[in-house]
Design a binder for this molecule. Structure first.
Ligand SMILES: *Cc1c(COP(=O)(O)O)cnc(C)c1O
Length: 341
């Protein structure tokens, strides 16, 4: 298969049209067979549920070329399960998990020419999503839905080297107790846009959100979970019902324990404890782990000992091990790697 003539190393994180996308429609209480199509345009009624009441959820994952030349994806069954959870919370029909995984595999295979080569640092980002497509004006769930999967090649996350982030403690809340913070709903992102634009204007890379009820405990950022390293090399990640369960973060906890022999704790993390940690990172599919160098809480600065120039040593080990597993350099736990080709 001849690859597209793309400057992989200089790709950003943006949308790039590829050849095929998967589309399935839900109507009269059932999903149709679905198909790979060429047209990137979606046509829906002006009153579609997604447009009026934001009835939509999504997933994010990647396809990689491994060292031995296979195309693989990482733990797609967990994305399928998470999308099922999102759909149930938003009163949307579930797209069956096995069909979700097959749609992802088929879409990536159909866009093989866009899967960046091993060693380029680039990857093929995969975006499954669902939305209410039929008209809704009185507030209720739509009757019809579309499930789609598209792909887009994205460049290396740490282009020009790793640069630890500076983040601020936000005055906005991301997710309410008993709300929708634990599902991957578009609405969680819509309401975070003002907060992130404001943070960027002030010179910060990201927001740290605290729990909305007490504003004392660490939750997450707009799109990544926190992972902390204690001075005695324990891994700590915040526990809360309003945090989105990151697949990267859950995988890193397994890597820490089973591959690096570190103790791991998922528990409530008071913000007051953050200054005691040695390292801090943000976990998500896009970057795997982005190191955080500094956190600013209304003028009060916490600088981690790992500093502003490099990943901390434990963060680096976690990053190297998980990316090694994804790229086929390190043996994966059973079931983590889905071979596509
Ligand atoms: C998608 C997402 C993450 C990261 O999850 P991964 O499965 O690791 O990509 C973290 N937080 C939020 C709010 C998210 O939407």
């Amino acid at each position: 298969m001849e690859k597209k003539n793309i400057d992989w190393a200089n790709l950003g994180f943006g949308y790039h049209d590829t050849d095929k996308r998967f589309v399935a429609n839900y109507k009269n209480g059932a999903w149709d067979e679905g198909a790979l199509v060429s047209d990137a345009t979606v046509q829906i009624n002006e009153c579609a549920g997604v447009l009026q009441y934001a009835q939509t959820c999504f997933e994010g994952m990647k396809a990689y070329t491994t060292q031995d030349g296979h195309i693989v994806t990482f733990r797609p069954d967990l994305n399928a399960q998470r999308m099922e959870d999102s759909c149930r919370r938003l009163e949307m029909p579930v797209f069956p998990k096995e069909r979700f995984v097959k749609a992802v595999i088929d879409t990536v295979a159909a866009n093989e020419a866009y899967v960046p080569p091993y060693g380029s640092g680039a990857t093929l980002y995969i975006r499954p999503y669902m939305f209410g497509s039929s008209s809704v004006i009185g507030v209720k769930p739509a009757d019809e839905y579309q499930f789609r999967v598209f792909t887009t090649p994205v460049g290396p996350y740490f282009k020009g080297g790793v640069k630890p982030l500076t983040i601020k403690v936000s005055d906005f809340d991301r997710a309410a107790p008993h709300g929708t913070g634990h599902i991957k709903a578009g609405l969680n992102y819509a309401m975070s846009l003002h907060a992130i634009v404001t943070a960027h204007e002030e010179g910060y890379d990201e927001n740290m959100y605290l729990d909305a009820a007490t504003r004392t405990n660490v939750e997450e950022t707009g799109g990544a979970n926190f992972l902390f390293v204690t001075k005695d090399n324990k891994i700590v990640t915040p526990k809360s019902d309003s945090i989105l369960p990151s697949i990267t973060r859950r995988s890193l906890m397994v890597v820490a324990k089973d591959y690096l022999g570190l103790e791991v704790e998922e528990r409530v993390v008071p913000f007051e404890e953050v200054k005691e940690f040695a390292e801090c990172g943000l976990c998500g599919t896009a970057a795997v782990i982005s190191p955080v160098g500094r956190i600013v809480d209304h003028g009060r600065e916490i600088t981690f000992s790992s500093g502003m120039n490099e990943m901390g040593p434990i963060t680096k080990k976690l990053y190297d091990t998980l990316t090694g597993i994804q790229m086929g350099r390190i043996e994966a736990p059973e079931g983590w790697i889905q071979v596509i080709k």
